[in-house]
Design a protein around this ligand. Structure first.
Ligand code: PA5
Length: 526
C-alpha cells in the first residue's frame, strides 16, 4: 500500500496555523473537483452574501452573523459592530470583577460556576470547558445543568453542597423560553433559597433582550445580563457571550479563541477550493455521503481533552443539515449522522465494526501532535504513552483504509484556545458550505421546535389525568378506562405511560394496583 503519491497531492497544510487536512483517503476520482467547481463557486458566493448580511436564514427571516463575532468590523451594520465589541468588553470587565472579588456571592468570592442551558447553549461551553480547562489553573470550577432530569440536577448540586453562596449561576437561553433551561433555573433558585441565599445575587443571564428570561433576570435584580442576538444561531454561538462568558470566567483566554477563529475564517473565506479547508471538508462529506447522507460521519479525536468535540459536532452538523425540505420546498430528508468519542478508547468499542462490519461511514481522525504539557514519562526506551496514541491513530487509519473504509485526517499542533477557535470556525464554515451544496437552510431548526410543542401537549395531558383522578378519589381503573372516561382514547398509550410515571413517584400520590396481565393494572388516588 503506497499512499504517498495521493497523500502529497491531497494534503493541505495551513502554514500560518500549523493545521493540516488530509483528504487523500476519500475515494474521489481525479476529476471530482472539476465537476464540483461550479457548485462550489456558487457556495462561495452564497457565503459571501451571508457574511455581507443577506437573509441567509429565510425560514426565520434572519441574517446569519456568527463570523462577525470574531471580526466585528465585517458586520453589515455599525450598530452590530458596536454591540459585539461592547459585549466582549463587558465580558472582560465582569470577569475581572468576579475574579478580583469586587462582585462576590453572599458567602464570599465566587469560586464555582453553574452553567444552565441546553443544546447550542450548553454543548459549546461544555466542549470548551473540558478542552481548555485544568483543575490546577482554572479560576473557577464549572458545572452544568443541561437537562431537565431531577436526578441529574441533584447529582450536580451535590458537588456544590455548602458552596452555593460562592457559586455563580449563568442561565443561557437565546429564546429565553426553553423549558429545560427554565426548569434548571427554577431548580437552581429553589436550591439557593433552601440554602438561605438570594438566587439573583448569584445569577447572570445570557439571552435575547426582552425574552422571558431577560424579564425574569431584570425584574429580580440579577447581577448582570449579556445579549444574544437573533443573527447568531444557538449551535454557532460558542464565540458569542454564550460561550465566551463561561470560558472567560473559568480562566480561558477568550481573545486567543476569537483570534484563532478569525484566522481560520480568513483561510476559509478564499474561493480557491483546493486551498480552502472548509470547502474541502464539505466536498469530502458530499462525496462520501453521495450528497444524501448515505454514510455516517465518525469523529475520532485522539485526545481526551477534546472528546466532547464529537458531541459538539454532532449537534452542529445534524441540527444544521438534518432537514426535511430544501430551500425550494422539496422534500429531501437531508442530513449526515455524526457520532464518535475518542481514540484510542473507541478502538475497544465500535471500531471493530468500522473495520469489519457494515461500511456505512467515513471517519475523521483528529490528530493532536503535542502529547502533554508536562515532562515525558517513558513507558519503554524512547517511547511514551503519546507515541502509542499516535501509533493507534495511524494504525487504525491504515487498517480502515486496507478494508476500503474512507477517512479524513485533521492534524493540529496542540490543544490551545487558538486551535479550539480554529476548529470551531473550520467546522462552522464547512457546515455552511455543505448546506449550500445540498441546497438546504442550515440555520434553522424546525424539528427542535416541534419537539418542544409535543412535550407541551404531553404535560397538558398529564395535568388532565391528575385532575380527573383527584376529582374521583378512591376510584381505581385501568389506563384504558381512564383514557375513555377523559375522552382521550386516541391517546391511551400516553395515558398509560403517564400513569406509570406518576405512580412511580410518590409526590402526586397516584397509586398503582398491579394486576396480570399488565394492562389490567388499575390506577387511582386515595
Ligand atoms: O442550536 C440551536 O438553535 C438549539 O440547539 C438551541 O441552542 C437550543 O434549543 C436551546 O435554545 P435556547 O438557547 O433558546 O434556550
Amino acid at each position: 500500500m503506497n499512499t504517498w503519491k495521493r497523500f502529497k497531492e491531497y494534503f493541505l497544510h495551513l502554514d500560518d496555523m500549523g493545521i493540516s487536512l488530509d483528504i487523500s483517503r476519500v475515494h474521489f476520482e481525479d476529476d471530482f473537483f472539476t465537476k464540483m467547481e461550479p457548485t462550489m463557486q456558487s457556495a462561495f458566493k452564497s457565503m459571501d452574501e451571508l457574511e455581507q448580511g443577506a437573509i441567509a436564514n429565510p425560514d426565520e427571516n434572519r441574517m446569519v452573523g456568527h463570523y462577525w463575532l470574531r471580526a466585528p468590523e465585517l458586520a453589515p451594520e455599525k450598530s452590530i459592530t458596536e454591540e459585539i465589541k461592547s459585549t466582549i468588553k463587558k465580558i472582560h470587565a465582569f470577569t475581572h470583577d468576579i475574579h478580583s472579588g469586587k462582585i462576590s456571592g453572599e458567602q464570599g468570592s465566587f469560586k464555582n460556576l453553574l452553567v444552565i442551558g441546553i443544546g447550542g447553549s450548553a454543548l459549546g461551553p461544555q466542549f470548551v470547558s473540558q478542552a481548555l480547562g485544568s483543575p490546577k489553573e482554572d479560576k473557577m470550577r464549572v458545572f452544568f445543568f443541561d437537562n431537565t432530569d431531577p436526578d441529574g440536577i441533584d447529582l450536580t448540586l451535590s458537588h456544590l453542597e455548602g458552596e452555593l453562596g460562592q457559586t455563580l449561576a449563568i442561565v443561557i437561553s437565546k429564546s429565553g423560553s426553553t423549558p429545560e433551561t427554565r426548569n434548571g433555573m427554577l431548580e437552581a433558585e429553589a436550591a439557593y433559597q433552601k440554602a438561605g441565599l438570594t438566587f439573583g445575587k448569584h445569577a447572570v443571564a445570557t439571552t435575547g433582550t426582552g425574552s422571558e428570561l431577560y424579564k425574569h433576570a431584570t425584574s429580580n435584580q440579577w447581577l448582570e445580563t449579556f445579549p444574544m442576538w437573533d443573527w447568531v444561531g444557538g449551535r454557532t454561538s460558542e464565540l458569542a457571550a454564550v460561550g465566551l462568558l463561561p470560558a472567560a470566567l473559568q480562566g480561558i483566554d477568550i481573545d486567543s479563541m476569537l483570534q484563532g477563529a478569525k484566522t481560520m475564517d480568513i483561510a476559509t473565506r478564499i474561493h480557491a477550493t483546493r486551498e480552502n479547508p472548509a470547502a474541502l471538508l464539505a466536498l469530502m462529506w458530499y462525496h462520501a455521503t453521495g450528497g444524501r447522507g448515505q454514510k455516517d460521519m465518525v469523529i475520532l479525536p485522539y485526545k481526551d481533552r477534546i472528546a466532547l468535540l464529537s458531541k459538539y459536532l454532532q449537534q452542529l452538523v445534524m441540527e444544521s443539515l438534518g432537514k426535511e425540505k430544501d430551500l425550494k420546498g422539496n422534500v429531501v430528508n437531508q442530513g449526515i449522522a455524526v457520532y464518535g468519542n475518542k481514540g484510542s478508547t473507541d478502538q475497544h468499542a465500535y471500531v471493530q465494526q468500522l473495520r469489519e462490519g457494515v461500511n456505512n461511514f467515513f471517519a475523521t481522525f483528529i490528530e493532536i501532535h503535542r502529547e502533554r504539557n508536562t515532562s515525558p514519562v517513558y513507558i519503554q526506551e524512547d517511547t511514551t504513552s503519546g507515541d502509542y496514541l499516535e501509533g493507534f491513530l495511524l494504525g487504525t487509519r491504515d487498517a480502515l483504509f486496507e478494508k476500503d473504509r474512507q477517512s479524513i485526517t485533521i492534524s493540529v499542533p496542540e490543544v490551545s484556545p487558538e486551535r479550539v477557535g480554529q476548529l470551531i470556525a473550520l467546522y462552522e464554515r464547512a457546515v455552511g458550505f455543505y448546506g449550500s451544496l445540498v441546497g438546504i437552510n442550515a440555520y434553522h431548526q424546525p424539528g427542535v421546535e416541534a419537539g418542544k410543542k409535543a412535550a407541551a401537549s404531553v404535560l397538558d395531558l398529564k395535568q388532565k389525568i391528575l385532575t380527573t383522578l383527584r376529582s374521583q378519589k378512591g376510584t381505581f381503573q385501568t389506563a384504558e378506562a381512564w383514557a375513555e372516561s377523559m375522552k382521550e382514547s386516541a391517546s391511551t398509550e400516553r395515558v398509560f405511560k403517564l400513569l406509570e410515571h406518576m405512580s412511580a413517584n410518590a409526590d402526586k400520590k397516584v397509586i398503582k394496583k398491579a394486576a396480570q396481565p399488565w394492562h389490567t393494572s388499575t390506577y387511582g388516588v386515595k
